[in-house]
Design a protein around this ligand. Structure first.
Ligand code: AHM
Ligand code: MG
Length: 336
């Protein structure tokens, strides 16, 4: 790219192009990006910053929280609560929604995030990230409550993730395709490094936690078994497998070169529809993937069409290269 385009300039242009995003949303996204920059610094310091290890507490999902889970959550809240763009926030790390305190002006947006995705990779220096989703408050004059968040993913007005890996990369959609920004550490700003990201429709790469194979449902077993048979099986081609165990990094690989990612329902916890959370993991990723020409389903329906019934609801996820997602989905029974 000949002249560098910063995230701020990209967002200003998105605002000007037929008023694609309102100024308030632009400012909100700038603040989220600033928070991600600060989380990136904390991640980079690692043991030197005293940020590794367990916080010896549990979140609402019963998962042990890492220090960085809590730090990232606080950074996002502190950065976003005073700007006047938000009515409330919700996070993987907080049981209830966080309503913007009365001392600050309230805006019309709702922000959801998984502050530090891939927590099991924090201490081992493997890519982790932040996932976020923005909704508009429903138009009524009540005070904000959890019910306001329970909108299907197709109503998101912005979604993105920031991956903290060898580079820090912010990937964003406001409904006009997907753009990637790389953090220039010397300048301290995100620079546009790829626009109109497109995911190849076909792939030979899948990402799934194979150790759970015996617990999967028949359609998932069938799909993966057929991939494993490679050239000698019905697919007639060899597949490769990758599993980083940070959704954010697995999705980023798919954004970059295609692939299919699955975290299906399994028999270990039959009452849970899946491991990943709909509102702040699956929905933002599903929208980004669709905006890049891929597909995302829970095996039975498009993820973005699911009507959520709880803030921390879980969901099965199949996402990535369109033809593979459609094939894996066709092995399941459609939702009637
Ligand atoms: P987290 O949000 O607590 O980090 O959990 C979600 C993560 C995903 O990033 C990843 O895809 C999955 O859990 C990994 O699960 P597993 O431990 O089965 O490999
Ligand atoms: Mg997560």
């Amino acid at each position: 790219m000949s002249s560098k385009i910063s995230l701020s300039r990209y967002l200003v242009e998105q605002q000007r192009v037929a008023g694609h995003i309102p100024a308030e949303l632009r400012l909100l996204l700038e603040v989220v990006a600033r928070a991600c920059k600060s989380i990136s610094h904390a991640v980079n310091k690692g043991a030197l910053g005293g940020v590794l290890g367990s916080a010896e507490s549990e979140n609402v999902q019963g998962e042990v929280q890492k220090k960085l889970d809590i730090i990232a959550n606080e950074v996002l809240i502190e950065a976003n609560e005073w700007g006047g763009h938000l009515a409330a926030m919700a996070s993987e790390e907080m049981e209830a929604i966080y309503v913007v305190p009365n001392r600050y002006p309230k805006g019309e947006y709702l922000l959801m995030f998984d502050p530090l995705d891939g927590s099991s990779n924090i201490d081992v220096n493997v890519s982790i990230g932040t996932i976020f989703s923005v909704l508009r408050m429903p138009e009524d004059d009540r005070g904000v409550d959890e019910g306001d968040f329970l909108q299907p993913g197709r109503q998101q007005v912005a979604a993105g993730y920031c991956v903290y890996g060898p580079q820090t990369t912010l990937v964003l959609t406001v409904g006009d395709g997907v753009a990637m920004f790389t953090l220039d550490r010397e300048q301290g700003s995100f620079v546009l490094t790829q626009e109109n990201v497109r995911i190849p429709e076909d792939t030979r790469e899948f990402a799934i936690n194979m150790s759970n194979m015996r617990h999967w449902d028949e359609p998932v077993q069938r799909y993966i078994n057929e991939c494993l048979q490679g050239k000698d099986g019905p697919r007639g081609k060899d597949f490769n497998m990758r599993w980083i165990a940070s959704m954010v990094a697995d999705v980023h690989r798919i954004m970059t070169r295609g692939g299919v990612f699955m975290y299906p329902w399994d028999k270990r916890e039959p009452n849970k529809p899946g491991k990943l959370r709909l509102m702040y993991e699956a929905n933002p990723m599903a929208w980004l993937i669709e905006q890049a020409g891929g597909a995302a389903t829970n095996g039975h329906q498009r993820i973005l069409d699911i009507q959520p019934s709880a803030l921390h609801e879980r969901v099965s996820v199949i996402l990535g290269s369109k033809n593979e997602v459609e094939l894996a989905t066709s092995y399941h029974t459609p939702k009637v």
